[in-house]
Design a protein around this ligand. Structure first.
Ligand code: AHG
Ligand code: MN
Ligand code: MN
Length: 344
C-alpha cells in the first residue's frame, strides 16, 4: 500500500456514517475513496440508484400495467426474456449512457459489448439488469447486479475487448439492488460494504446497514435441490454434513435475494459445477464477480471450487462459472469436501 493509499484509508476509517444518511450524501462524503476520480464514479453510482428507482416502480406496478410475463424473445443465453428483463435493461443502459461517465456496458441481455459512444469516459459497467426474473410472475423478489471497472484503453478511443474482459479483482465498485419487501441497494468500492433502504415517501435511499459483515459461520445452506443427482460426490457429502449439522435450507431462486439473506444472517450459497454443466450456470462478469467483491469486503469468501472468483481471467463476456459464496468458515468446509475432485 502506498503512503497516499494509507492516508486515504485512515481518512475513510475516521468517517463513520450514521444510519439515516442519504445515499447521495454518503457518496459525497466518501468521495475520497476514489483519489484518482473527479466525481465520475460517484455519478455512476447515482445513475444506478436513479435507474433502480425507475425499475422498482415498473416492478411494483407490473401486474397493473401489463408488463409481467414473457416478452416472447430469447436472450443471448437462450433463456426466455421477461418483459421486465427488457424494461430493466433499457432503463439501466439509458441512465448509464446519458450520464456520460461510462464508455462500455456489458449486459446479460445483450450479446455484444455496448459502446455508449462516450469515448472520453473512463469506466465500464457489467450488469445483470434483472436477476431472478423467472420469479417475477409469482411476486418473488428480484434484483439487479453490477460491477464497475476502469478502462484499460486510452481515454478518447473506442472501448475494446481488453476493457471489458478484466478479472473481478480489478473492480472499482460492485453491488446489487434487491427489489423485495423493500428496495435495498448494497455496494462496495473496496472500503467495506454499505446497504441503503429506499424510502419511497421521500424518494431517497437511506443508509440502513453500515459496514456490513457476514458471520464467520452461519447456519443456512442454499442450492437447487433439483440438481442434486448431478452434483459431485464431494458436494453431496457436504450436503449430508449440512443436514447432520441441522443447518436450515433456504433457496429463493433469485441469486440477489439468496445472497442478501445469507449476507445478513450468515450462510452459504452454491451453484456448483455439475456433470452436465462443468462451468456451472451463473455468469462470471455480472453475477459472480460483483457478489464476490461484496462478500470479500464483508469478510466472506467466494470460489469456483478451485480458484478465488476474483482471480479468474475472463475470456468471454458471458462466460459461466461455478459459485460457492458466503460465510468464510462454510466456504472452507465445502473446499475440504471437494478438494480432490476433477470438476468443481
Ligand atoms: P437470471 O434471472 O438473471 O437469468 O438469473 C437467474 C439465476 C439466479 O438468479 C438464480 O440463483 C439461479 O438462476 C437459479 O437457477 P435455478 O433455477 O437453476 O436454480
Ligand atoms: Mn441473474
Ligand atoms: Mn437477468
Amino acid at each position: 500500500m502506498t503512503t497516499q493509499e494509507k492516508e486515504t484509508n485512515a481518512e475513510i476509517n475516521k468517517f463513520v456514517a450514521s444510519i439515516g444518511t442519504t445515499l447521495d450524501r454518503f457518496i459525497s462524503q466518501r468521495q475520497q475513496e476514489f483519489p484518482y476520480a473527479k466525481g465520475e464514479l460517484s455519478q455512476i453510482l447515482r445513475d444506478i440508484g436513479l435507474a433502480a428507482k425507475v425499475v422498482n416502480k415498473a416492478i411494483m406496478g407490473s401486474g397493473l400495467i401489463g408488463i409481467e410475463g414473457p416478452a416472447g424473445e430469447r436472450n443471448v443465453q437462450g433463456e426466455d426474456q421477461q418483459k421486465l428483463d427488457v424494461v430493466a435493461n433499457v432503463r439501466f443502459i439509458r441512465a448509464l449512457t446519458r450520464g456520460q461517465e461510462v464508455c462500455a456496458i456489458i449486459s446479460e441481455e445483450d450479446e455484444e459489448m455496448i459502446d455508449t459512444d462516450n469515448h472520453d469516459a473512463k469506466y465500464i459497467v457489467a450488469m445483470d439488469p434483472l436477476d431472478g426474473s423467472s420469479n417475477i410472475d409469482a411476486n418473488i423478489p428480484v434484483g439487479t447486479i453490477f460491477s464497475i471497472y476502469r478502462r484499460k484503453s486510452p481515454v478518447g478511443t473506442p472501448p475494446t475487448a481488453e476493457d471489458v474482459l478484466q478479472k473481478g479483482a480489478n473492480q472499482v465498485a460492485g453491488g446489487y439492488i434487491l427489489y423485495g419487501s423493500s428496495m435495498i441497494l448494497t455496494y462496495t468500492t473496496g472500503y467495506g460494504v454499505n446497504g441503503f433502504t429506499y424510502d419511497h415517501t421521500i424518494g431517497e435511499f437511506i443508509l440502513s446497514y453500515p459496514d456490513m459483515k457476514v458471520k464467520e459461520l452461519g447456519a443456512i445452506f442454499s442450492y437447487n435441490e433439483g440438481n442434486y443427482n448431478d452434483f459431485s460426490e464431494g458436494t453431496k457429502s457436504y450436503l449430508t454434513y449440512c443436514r447432520n449439522q441441522k443447518y436450515t435450507a433456504r433457496y429463493v431462486g433469485s441469486l440477489v435475494a439468496d445472497f442478501h439473506r445469507n449476507l445478513l444472517k450468515g450462510g452459504i450459497f452454491f451453484y456448483p459445477a455439475t456433470s452436465k454443466s462443468p462451468n456451472g450456470k451463473l455468469r462470471l462478469l455480472y453475477e459472480c464477480n460483483s457478489l464476490a467483491f461484496v462478500i470479500e469486503q464483508a469478510g466472506g469468501k467466494a470460489t469456483d471450487g478451485k480458484r478465488r472468483i476474483l482471480d479468474i481471467e475472463p475470456h468471454n463476456i458471458h462466460q459461466r462459472s461455478p459459485l460457492i459464496i458466503g460465510s468464510p468458515a462454510m466456504v472452507d468446509d465445502v473446499m475440504q469436501f471437494i478438494k480432490n475432485e476433477q470438476f468443481q
